[in-house]
Design a protein around this ligand. Structure first.
Ligand code: FE
Length: 208
């Protein structure tokens, strides 16, 4: 017996997670716990305003302006607030600087704490059980799996984020950024470099 009709109906339905999300949203709206405009505003913020470009601006300014960098370390939260980059899930940020001797790596072993206002929505691997446990137990192996082979004499320091403190890695500036404006230097700062699973490097060419 053909199932054309059923198939058609099936295609009209949203996928399972989408359906659950819509049901949840409807319940919250019906109970008056959230307002539709507030949800739209949050979605718009994360889609268009909040993302790794904010963290990249912070890093690139620190690379290219020593006074800014000093301020950033002395008064991190105030500088971030002044730039308009503070907000939920990023009330207290600590910047950890990579050096030739020490590489920093950020994880949240308990759940998925992450500096949302500076990096946007965390990647799915950041929330995975494997990353959360192995980043602590075998950080060098994890970094190697991300394609980052550290020299033997470079130590790795792992920072466990909490609801109170969100860490952001200040990567080492690559040689190519010398003489660049912060706007151009920011192109070398990836999200992963600010988590510590990569180093700052030339952006990948567009794949068309
Ligand atoms: Fe967490």
């Amino acid at each position: 017996m053909p199932h054309d009709h059923d198939d058609h109906a099936h295609h009209l339905l949203p996928s399972d997670p989408e359906l659950k999300l819509k049901a949840l949203e409807q319940i919250l709206l019906d109970k008056g716990l959230v307002q539709a405009e507030a949800i739209d505003e949050i979605i718009d913020s994360y889609a268009h305003k909040i993302g790794p470009h904010r963290g990249a601006e912070l890093v690139a300014r620190a690379w290219t302006d020593i006074a800014f960098k000093e301020q950033l370390f002395e008064n991190t939260d105030a500088v971030i607030t002044e730039m308009g980059f503070s907000g939920r899930q990023g009330e207290h940020v600590v910047i950890v600087e990579n050096t030739p001797e020490c590489h920093n790596l950020v994880v949240c072993t308990l759940c998925s704490c992450y500096p949302w206002p500076l990096l946007g929505i965390p990647p799915s691997w950041y929330k995975s059980d494997a990353y959360r446990s192995r980043a602590v137990s075998e950080p060098r192996t994890v970094l190697a799996e991300f394609g980052l082979e550290l020299a033997e004499d470079v130590s790795v320091r792992v920072w466990d984020s909490t609801a109170e403190i969100r860490y952001l890695v200040l990567p080492m500036p690559p040689d190519e950024i010398s003489g660049l404006s912060w706007q151009d230097a920011a192109q070398y700062v990836s999200r992963d470099a600010m988590i510590g699973t990569a180093i700052a490097a030339a952006p990948l060419p567009d794949k068309g």
